[in-house]
Design a protein around this ligand. Structure first.
Ligand SMILES: *Cc1c(COP(=O)(O)O)cnc(C)c1O
Length: 637
C-alpha cells in the first residue's frame, strides 16, 4: 500500500504510564492496570519564554494536557467532539506502542539478530475493544506494522484480525460512533487512508460473495456516503476483529438479526454472546457482610469464587430460622439506610415500608418516567381514598444525567418536584415517600443495594443491552420488577417466572406496534389514571412556582413517546399492584428472595471472564499456585 499521507505540523504529546495495582482475591497475584496521562513535551518552552511568548508556551502546554483532563460524562450518546477523538487516539496509540515494545522485548522464538516474527503476535496478544471507543486501535496497529515495521498490508491486516475482539454495548443508534471523515482527515490522515484500504478490500470480497447486489455493498460500507461522509466505527470493529459479542443473550441475538444483520450473514461464526456479570467480592462479600456471613454459615465460603454454589441455599427454602435470618438482615440494612437518608437528605422514611429502588444513569430508555408515573398514581389513589389500605412504599431514584441531556434533567426535576409534594403531604404520611439520591455512584450503590426490597429494571424491551445493576440486586436478595430486556430474561430463566415480576411488551410486540403506527395519546385516553398524571405534569401541579417548567417533558410523553411508556403503563401499574400484594405476604416474599439469591450464580463476572478467555482470547487459567510472600501465612487456594 502506497503511503500518500503523512503528519506535518504535529502536536507532540508524551504519554505517561501509571500502573494501578489490581490485587487478585486471595490468590497471591497482583496485576497492573496501565493508565495514561498526557504530558506536554518541554523542549520549546524556553524558546517561547525567551521571545516573550510565555502565555503561548503555557497555552500550548494546556492544549496537550487537556487530552486526558476529563472523562466524557455522556452515557449511551455519541458526541463527536474533536477533543474526544484526540483522547481516543492518544490512549490507543500509547497502548499499542507499549504492546509492540513488550512483544519485541520478549523475542518469542527469535534467534539473535533475526527479524521479529509478527505472525506469532496474535498467539501472545489479545486486544479486546470495549465498545468502539478504542476502535482506532485497528488502523493504529496496521500503521505500526506497515509503516514502522515494514510488513505488507495484507499480512498486517490478518495479524490485526487475529488479535482484536470487539464487544458491542448498545443497540441505540444515537450511541454508535460515526466520526465525520473531515475530522479524521484533519487529525489522523494516515489512519483514514488505512480505513479506506480496509474498506475497499472488504467490499471487494463482499462483491465476490454477492455479485449484483450494490445496495448490500452500500449498506455494509465502513464509509457512509449518504449525507455527511462518516466512518462507522462499529463496522470497522466487526471487519477488523475475529470475534464480535453482545453482553446478554437477547442483545447478541438482536445484533445478529437486526443491527449487524448483513455482517452476521457474511461472517458466519464471528458473532457470539458473553452475558455480563458482577464480582461477588464487591457486590456481596464486601457490600453485604452480614448476608455473606449467614451464607458462609450454611454452605461454606467457596461460593466467593464459584458463585454457582449459591444453589446450595435452595435446600433451606422451608427452614424457618434461615428465612427469619434473611429477613432480619434485610431489615438491619434498611434501618441503616433510613438513618443515612435522614443524615444526607433530611427525609424521614419508614424502614418497614417497601424500599422500591431505581438507580442507574438517567436516560429515556431506562424509563425513570414510567416509575415516577407509578408514584404519581399511588399519590393520586391515596389522596382519593386516604382511609383505604395502602402498602407503604419508599421509592428511591438515583442517577446522573449527561450535562446536555435536557429530557434527563427534566426527569430529575419531576422526581424532585413529586418528592417535595408527596413527602410534605400530611394525608400521605408514611404511606409513600420519594427520595432522590443525589450523586449516585458506586460507593452509594454498595450501601443502597443491600437494603433494597424491589429492583426496578423497566427499560423498553430491546434497549438495555444487559444491565448489571439488575444482577447486583438479585445477589443481595431484592426482587425484580422488570421487562423482558437484557439480562432480565436470563435472570428469569435462572430463578423461574414465579420468582420475578415480569411485565410489558416484548421486543416483537414493540416492533409490531411501531410498524402499525404507535400513538401514545390513544393509550392516555383509554386510561383515566394515566390521563390524570399527564394532565398534572402539563398543568404544573407538582411545579406550582413555574407551571410551564416541565412542558417539554409532557409533550415528549404525549407526542414523541419513543420508548413506549404509555403503551406499557397499564401492565406496569397492574404488576406493581401485584408486587404490593406479595410484599405483605412476608413468608412468600422472603422465600422468593432466597430463590433469587440462590439462582444468581450465573451472574458472576468470573463466569463471564472465563468465557472470554476460552472462546475469544484462547487462554487457559494459570495453574501455578503462588506462595504467599508472608512467612507462616496460610495459602487459601
Ligand atoms: C452497576 C452500576 C451501574 C449500572 O447500572 P444499570 O442498572 O445496569 O444501568 C450504574 N452506576 C453505578 C454507580 C453502578 O454501580
Amino acid at each position: 500500500m502506497k503511503m500518500d499521507s503523512k503528519w506535518v505540523d504535529t502536536h507532540d504529546v508524551y504519554a505517561v504510564p501509571y500502573d494501578t495495582p489490581i490485587p487478585g482475591f486471595r490468590n497471591n497475584i497482583v496485576n497492573t492496570l496501565r493508565l495514561w496521562s498526557a504530558k506536554a513535551e518541554n523542549r520549546f518552552h524556553l524558546k517561547f519564554f525567551n521571545n516573550g511568548e510565555y502565555v503561548k508556551a503555557v497555552m500550548d502546554r494546556n492544549r496537550s494536557e487537556n487530552i486526558t483532563r476529563v472523562l466524557y460524562p455522556n452515557d449511551n450518546i455519541f458526541v463527536g467532539k474533536q477533543l474526544r477523538l484526540k483522547q481516543e487516539y492518544f490512549l490507543v496509540a500509547a497502548t499499542l506502542q507499549d504492546i509492540i515494545r513488550r512483544f519485541k522485548n520478549k523475542k518469542y522464538g527469535v534467534r539473535e539478530n533475526a527479524r521479529i516474527d509478527f505472525n506469532t503476535f496474535p498467539d501472545k496478544v489479545a486486544i479486546q475493544l470495549n465498545d468502539t471507543h478504542p476502535s482506532l486501535g485497528i488502523p493504529e496497529l496496521l500503521r505500526l506494522l506497515v509503516d514502522i515495521e515494514g510488513l505488507p498490508f495484507d499480512q498486517a491486516f490478518d495479524i490485526g484480525v487475529r488479535s482484536f475482539g470487539y464487544t458491542n454495548h448498545t443497540l441505540l443508534p444515537e450511541a454508535l460512533e460515526r466520526w465525520p471523515v473531515t475530522m479524521l482527515q484533519n487529525l489522523l490522515p494516515r489512519h483514514l487512508e488505512i480505513i479506506y484500504e480496509i474498506n475497499s478490500k472488504f467490499l471487494a470480497q463482499v462483491a465476490i460473495r454477492y455479485p449484483d447486489d450494490p445496495d448490500r455493498l452500500r449498506r455494509m460500507s465502513i464509509v457512509e456516503e449518504d449525507g455527511e461522509k462518516r466512518i462507522n466505527m462499529a463496522y470497522l470493529c466487526i471487519v477488523g476483529s475475529h470475534a464480535v459479542n453482545g453482553v446478554a443473550a437477547l442483545h447478541s441475538k438482536l445484533l445478529k438479526i437486526d443491527t449487524f444483520k448483513d455482517f452476521a450473514e457474511y461472517y458466519q461464526g464471528k458473532f457470539q454472546n458473553k452475558t455480563n456479570g458482577v464480582t461477588p467480592r464487591r457486590w456481596l462479600l464486601l457490600c453485604n457482610p452480614s448476608l455473606a456471613d449467614v451464607i458462609i454459615e450454611r454452605i461454606g465460603e467457596k461460593w466467593v469464587t464459584n458463585l454457582d454454589l449459591l444453589q446450595g441455599l435452595k435446600k433451606f427454602e422451608d427452614d424457618g430460622r434461615f428465612l427469619d435470618t434473611l429477613e432480619r438482615i434485610k431489615n438491619d440494612n434498611k434501618v441503616r439506610i433510613a438513618q443515612y437518608i435522614k443524615d444526607e437528605f433530611d427525609i424521614t422514611i419508614d424502614s418497614t415500608s417497601m424500599y422500591d429502588v431505581h438507580v442507574k444513569r438517567i436516560h429515556e430508555y431506562k424509563r425513570q418516567l414510567l416509575n415516577i408515573l407509578h408514584v404519581m398514581t399511588l399519590y393520586n389513589r391515596i389522596k382519593d381514598k386516604p382511609s383505604e389500605k395502602h402498602v407503604p412504599r419508599t421509592v428511591m431514584f438515583g442517577g446522573k444525567a449527561a450535562p446536555g441531556y435536557h429530557m434527563a434533567k427534566q426527569t430529575i426535576k419531576l422526581i424532585n418536584s413529586v418528592a417535595k409534594c408527596v413527602n410534605n403531604d400530611p394525608i400521605v404520611g408514611n404511606k409513600l415517600k420519594v427520595v432522590f439520591l443525589e450523586n449516585y455512584r458506586v460507593s452509594m450503590a454498595e450501601k443502597i443495594i443491600p437494603a433494597a426490597d424491589l429492583s426496578e429494571q423497566i427499560s423498553t424491551a430491546g434497549t438495555e443491552a444487559s444491565g448489571t445493576g439488575n444482577m447486583k440486586f438479585m445477589i443481595n436478595g431484592a426482587l425484580t420488577i422488570g421487562t423482558l430486556d437484557g439480562a432480565n430474561i436470563e435472570m428469569m430463566e435462572e430463578c423461574g417466572k414465579k420468582n420475578i415480576f415480569i411485565f410489558g411488551m416484548t421486543v416483537e410486540e414493540i416492533a409490531e406496534l411501531r410498524k402499525n403506527g404507535y400513538n401514545a395519546n390513544e393509550y392516555i385516553k383509554k386510561n383515566s389514571e394515566l390521563s390524570h398524571c399527564i394532565d398534572q405534569i402539563e398543568s404544573g401541579f407538582f411545579t406550582p412556582d413555574d407551571p410551564d417548567l416541565l412542558k417539554d417533558l409532557a409533550e415528549s410523553i404525549r407526542y414523541h413517546d419513543r420508548f413506549f411508556i404509555c403503551a406499557d403503563y397499564d401492565a406496569y401499574i397492574k404488576t406493581q399492584d401485584q408486587v404490593s400484594k406479595v410484599y405483605v405476604d412476608r413468608k412468600k416474599w422472603i422465600k422468593m428472595c432466597l430463590q433469587n439469591i440462590a439462582s444468581s450464580g450465573k451472574f458472576s463476572t468470573d463466569r463471564t471472564i472465563t468465557e472470554y478467555a476460552t472462546d475469544i482470547w484462547g487462554i487457559k487459567p494459570n495453574t501455578i499456585v503462588l506462595k504467599s510472600p508472608y512467612e507462616g501465612a496460610e495459602i487459601n487456594n
